[in-house]
Write a protein that binds this ligand. Structure first.
Ligand code: R2B
Ligand code: URA
Length: 310
């Protein structure tokens, strides 16, 4: 019997294979990846996905379609004549997935439950496809803590709303804790790919991952608010002093589940506002769209570098 506690973890990736810590899967005659509209019986997953190296996730289907088109240009990938980019998971009506050579671009929705379900299925997808050493990225948006809009934050440690560095999930009536560790070397390498010429700064620091956008992030503008502005600011200043640079809603599960599978992963988010100055996301659509390209630019540089293109 193996306990899955906070302390029981290893960082090893012996042969680069994606670790499936579930003996049941290979005993099943097929595995249906329900929310991806794929299956090991219905699809040749090795043939379809065996060459994947970079798995990029972000909240919305549109942004991940844009990223797929952007990365196609960046790496000079040509679709077979007469074909267009296809949403592989369109008939799941849940997530969208695009494949551009070695790059997967997948939407994960909002929040830990949504990204968690997706990660179970994408990690199994990597296993069925026999992918070795994939790198996972979350390209997201966030609220800055002491950072104005437009900055990039690469997470070195994800913490929950109580500043605890693990994901806690009730399983069979017991709380299971999994450390939300990210690859700090990967975070630093991504930071090193930003340049003096970029119109933004790239920071590495801690990220608070919450279960809610409004009360969970101490906003005053939700449907409910049972605290004062003073209490809100005391909290935000306290976490700021603890080197928390931003708040978002997926990094905890993203870090915990990739780490548990032995997959290297990074979370790179653009700030949409400085939460020390307000709550509402009030910048124009044009400005917000330009900001959301910034994580994509850095990840594209990483992908090109590791494809030997730069
Ligand atoms: C950032 O933006 C979303 C909330 O607006 C959420 O998915 C997150 O982490
Ligand atoms: N995403 C969040 O989770 N919080 C913000 O403040 C902005 C984007």
């Amino acid at each position: 019997f193996r306990t899955m506690s906070y302390h029981d973890e290893s960082d090893e990736y012996p042969d680069g294979a994606v670790r499936l810590r579930n003996p049941n899967i290979e005993l099943m005659d097929q595995d249906i990846l329900y929310h991806l509209a794929l299956g090991s019986g219905s699809h040749d997953l090795h043939q379809m996905f065996g060459d994947v190296k970079f798995v990029c996730m972000g909240g919305t289907p549109k942004r991940m379609e844009q990223f797929a088109n952007f990365i196609m240009d960046e790496i000079g990938y040509k679709l077979p004549a007469g074909t267009t980019l296809l949403d592989i998971s369109q008939y799941s009506y849940r997530y969208s997935m695009y494949k551009v050579g070695p790059v997967l671009s997948i939407s994960h929705g909002m929040g830990i439950p949504s990204v968690g379900i997706l990660l179970h299925e994408v990690i199994k997808l990597m296993y069925h496809a026999r992918v070795r050493d994939p790198v996972f990225f979350r390209l997201g948006t966030c609220g800055g803590i002491g950072l104005d809009g437009g900055h990039l934050v690469i997470t070195d440690e994800a913490v929950d709303g109580m500043m605890r560095p693990y994901l806690e999930l009730p399983v069979l009536g017991k709380l299971v804790q999994r450390p939300s560790k990210l690859d700090v070397e990967l975070a630093k390498e991504l930071q090193s790919l930003s340049t003096q010429d970029d119109p933004f700064e790239t920071h590495v620091g801690r990220t608070m991952c919450t279960y809610d956008f409004y009360e969970g992030q101490g906003r005053l503008d939700g449907a409910f608010c049972d605290y004062t502005e003073k209490e809100k600011l005391e909290f935000l200043h306290k976490i700021h002093e603890n080197n928390i640079l931003n708040m978002e809603m997926e990094s905890l599960a993203f870090a915990a589940l990739t780490h548990h599978a032995g997959i290297r992963a990074a979370v790179i988010c653009v700030t949409l506002l400085n939460r020390l100055n307000g709550d509402q996301v009030a910048s124009s659509k044009e400005v917000l769209n330009e900001w959301q390209n910034r994580p994509q630019a850095i990840v594209a540089r990483y992908i090109k570098k590791h494809m030997g293109m730069t």
